[in-house]
Each structure stands twice: as C-alpha cells, then as structure tokens.
Design a protein around this ligand. Structure first.
Ligand code: ADP
Ligand code: MG
Length: 221
C-alpha cells in the first residue's frame, strides 16, 4: 500500500480519512491496526478489503494493483482472495452453521465440492463439530465468531481481515477467538486486524498506530 489517500467531503469540508498511508504487510505476517476513534482504521480496513478505492496511491495485493479495479473486478477479487471477520459476526440466521461456513461458495461460478469438506474440517478445527446443523441463534457469541472465522478461511484467502473481532465478546470468548486467530496465523495465514483493545493488539507481531489519517507509529518501522 503506497501513499494511499481517501478524502470525504461533508458539506463544504474536505476530510482526509487517510492521508498518504504507506506500508507493506509481508506474506504470513499478523498485524494490528490501532488508533483513536476517527483516526481512519475502518477506512483503511475497507481499502485493504477492496471495499473502497483510494483517491490516490496504489494498493498491491498478490502482486496485483487492485486500486484500479472497477466494482465488478474488485468484488470478484474480494470473494476469492479476502476473508472478513466482523465485530457483529454477520451470519445468516436461517442457515445452519455448515451452510454459513459454505456461503463464499455461492459466489463461485463453478461448483467445487472439495469446499464442503473443507468447511466441515474448518468448523471441527474451530471446536464446532457438534454444532454443524445448528442455527447461529443457538450458539454463544464466541461460537458464532468461530463460525465466521471458518467462513472467512474457506477460500484460502491471501488476507484475513478482522474488524474488532472480539468487540462483542466476553473476555473468555475473546481469548478463545484470539487463540484461534493466532493458530491460523501460525499456519502461515496473513492477518490484519483492527482493534482498540491493547491486549488484542499485543497478540499481533506488529502494531500500526493511526492518528488523523496518518501512520503515527509502526512497530515494524
Ligand atoms: P475509525 O474507524 O478509526 O474510527 P474511520 O475510518 O471510520 O475511523 O473515519 C476516519 C475519518 O473519516 C473520520 O473523520 C470520519 O468522520 C470520516 N469518515 C469516515 N467515513 C465517512 C463517510 N462515509 N462520509 C464522511 N466522512 C467519513
Ligand atoms: Mg471504525
């Protein structure tokens, strides 16, 4: 990510939500983005997830310059190469745990049946083997987030992004979820997470602090 700038105009005021942000996350790294409210964390995560495009600057993912993609290419790339975990889980209540974990398959053109087995394996790994046919409403918050992590990993994404993944969890479930994310990272998964929780950030290898749309501190620099 090179010199990324993203401006918003509110009334006649222009705000730079991101103001020349540059950094590189090497493959396999686990990085945390921290900073006060309004510092640009969500804007940056949206950029990393190809949900938003910069006004200027370049963003390379898998050696591809995704900052030039139109919406259709961006969403195709996103579905295949990026896994998202959100604070509020974003599971579909009418689907089973297994169906939720298989959701990314719906975006694929060809059917790939190896994915059903992979979803099952991931859910077992997340400690959910007894819940495959349950609905999200029957699960605890920590279990729901583990389903969301399995879903995010289904396509073997180049990048796992998490926005306050422990924000809605009690401290014990939060610790479980962080242990699983650390374990997934241990297997070589690149992870970037946004948090305002110092304990969560400390689990990452690297902490990038944003303030007013700029990198104030980067523990790797
Ligand atoms: P954080 O996630 O760190 O709280 P954000 O990335 O949400 O910060 O926001 C950074 C800045 O950009 C803030 O000043 C915010 O008000 C502004 N901003 C974010 N999204 C929008 C938007 N859709 N429209 C206008 N301003 C926005
Ligand atoms: Mg935010």
């Amino acid at each position: 990510m090179e010199a990324i700038t993203r401006r918003y105009t509110v009334g006649d005021q222009a705000i730079a939500a991101l103001d020349g942000v540059s950094f590189e996350v090497p493959q396999g790294q686990f990085a945390a983005i921290i900073g006060p409210s309004g510092s640009g964390k969500s804007t940056l995560l949206n950029m990393l997830g190809c949900l938003d495009r910069p006004d200027s600057g370049r963003y390379l993912l898998d050696d591809v310059d995704v900052s030039t993609f139109d919406d259709e290419r961006a969403s195709d790339f996103r579905n295949r190469r990026i896994g998202f975990v959100f604070q509020s889980f974003h599971l579909l209540p009418r689907l089973t745990v297994l169906e939720n974990a298989l959701l990314p398959r719906r975006f694929l053109r060809g059917v790939d049946d190896g994915l059903a087995e992979r979803a099952r394996d991931l859910l077992v790994r997340m400690g959910l083997e007894r819940h495959l046919q349950h609905r999200p409403g029957q699960l605890s918050g920590g279990q729901m987030q583990r389903v969301a992590i399995a879903r995010a990993l289904l396509m073997r994404p180049a990048l796992l992004l998490a926005d306050e993944p422990t924000g809605n969890l009690d401290s014990r479930s939060a610790a479980d979820v962080m242990s699983l994310i650390a374990e997934v990272h241990g297997d070589g998964q690149t992870v970037v997470l946004v948090t305002h929780d110092a304990e969560v950030a400390a689990r990452a290898q690297r902490q990038i602090t944003l303030r007013d749309g700029r990198i104030e501190l980067d523990s790797a620099a």
